[in-house]
Design a protein around this ligand. Structure first.
Ligand code: AMP
Ligand code: MG
Length: 402
């Protein structure tokens, strides 16, 4: 049995990075940048008016009210490209370039038009620089605005667009196949007969893999048939970057996952982790495919997928953040740890009246209770060898992707 941290290190060491590919900007949401993004222009690219009003020389407003001659108009996208002189003003709109010679903008609310717009009375003095966003004050051309390994978010798409990235170089999405074992399972389209249940892992695993950025293939149920399992694993390992199997890794007479992997000559890196839930987790490689054999229990499958398989899928894409998001929270009731295993217990996070992040461990029927688990937003991490952690103590929590 190896510690969770060591298992994660093994996953990191064995996972290859996939090559990059170019995608359209509009298709880049959620993808991982494969190169730094450099600003190809200053932002703003010119001194920009921040208000509708008049561009003028602040010296001309030292004595207010001041009457200035209106010599032109600067609109967004259509500037006034002469030089403003003493005693002059240019009518200006938000987003327009501030004309040379002007050092400030006064907002229209403290001005009044005169002589049918040929002049303006300014009733409040301006400071030099007022209501002007200077050229390059936000970003200088040549600066790195986004970093390799960062994920493209909605806001970052605006950054990419602003610097002309109509195509974006991103890490390729890993192809992941999901295969559930278990004679008791029927597909969601069927009504379970005697002793049967519906397969749910194919869908939670497929969804977690998609959230991690993978392209997902859901395979037909494999039963508990060693020969069928061998055929399926061999066939899919030839075309997938990762294969996620659920069930069949325990000590039961019909647990064939490891036997199938061994018979196919897979390299097994670990098969028992001191983890609760999820002790019998298997990590192997067959050909070029990484194989995760996860315990079939619906809660174990979710915990082990997100600890191990998700990490590999993030590494394949070249992401900087490959682990679940970690935070500190205050326990709202006491929980028990395990002597020989590190625990990851489902919990709901909420913020209390004092603004503290609280973790409320689920009241549930144990690690097969996936209906209760569906309410969890995080896992409370309890170190190995901890008897109990009392309410009010601070714990490490990992956010579950959702
Ligand atoms: P196993 O790891 O195969 O021993 O399965 C452990 C428990 O999880 C058993 O109660 C199984 O019926 C259940 N289980 C296994 N696979 C699935 C699945 N795909 N969907 C729902 N429950 C499952
Ligand atoms: Mg089984």
């Amino acid at each position: 049995m190896i510690p969770v941290s060591e298992a994660i290190e093994i996953v990191r060491a064995q996972t290859p990075r996939l090559g990059p590919e170019e995608v359209e900007l509009a298709d880049s949401l959620g993808r991982v940048l494969a190169e730094d993004v450099i600003a190809d222009t200053d932002l703003p690219p010119f001194d920009r008016a921040q208000m509708d009003g008049y561009a003028l020389r602040s010296a001309d407003t030292s004595d207010v009210p001041a009457r200035l001659l209106v010599v032109g108009e600067a609109a967004a996208g259509r500037g006034w490209h002469k030089t403003l002189r003493a005693g002059e003003a240019v009518r200006i709109m938000t987003g327009a370039p501030v004309p040379a010679g002007a050092d400030s903008v006064q907002q229209v609310e403290v001005t009044s038009e005169q002589d049918e717009g040929r002049a303006v009375e300014i009733s409040k003095a301006t400071e030099p620089g007022q209501f002007i966003v200077p050229r390059a004050s936000e970003i200088k051309r040549g600066e790195t605005v986004l970093h390799k390994g960062e994920e493209v978010t909605a806001a970052r798409m605006a950054v990419l667009a602003s610097f002309g990235c109509s195509k974006v170089l991103v890490g390729a999405r890993p192809r992941v196949a999901v295969l559930a074992t278990g004679t008791e399972l029927v597909p969601v389209t069927e009504t379970p007969g005697r002793d049967q249940i519906r397969d749910s892992n194919t869908f939670s695993l497929g969804a977690y893999a998609a959230l991690a950025g993978a392209r997902v293939e859901r395979l037909n149920l494999a039963g508990d048939d060693l020969e069928l399992l061998k055929r399926e694993i061999k066939e899919v390992a030839g075309r997938a970057d990762a294969l996620v199997l659920s069930g069949g890794v325990s000590m039961g007479v019909y647990d064939f996952t490891k036997a199938a992997l061994r018979a196919l000559g897979a390299e097994i890196f670990f098969e028992r982790v001191s983890l609760r839930p999820g002790k019998p987790t298997v990590f192997a490689r067959l050909g070029n495919a990484l194989v995760f054999g996860l315990p079939g229990n619906p809660v174990s499958v979710s915990v082990t997928f997100n600890l191990f398989a998700r990490t590999a899928l993030r590494i394949m894409q070249g992401a900087t953040d490959v682990l679940m998001k970690e935070e500190r929270a205050v326990l709202s009731r006491s929980v028990r740890g395990a002597l020989e295993r590190e625990s990851f217990l489902p919990a709901q996070l909420r913020t209390d009246e004092a603004g503290r992040l609280m973790a409320e461990p689920l009241k549930w029927g144990g690690s097969s209770d996936f209906v209760a688990f569906a309410r969890a937003t995080a896992l409370v991490n309890i170190p190995q060898g901890t008897k109990t952690i009392e309410a009010g103590e601070t714990v490490r929590v990992l956010r579950l992707p959702a």
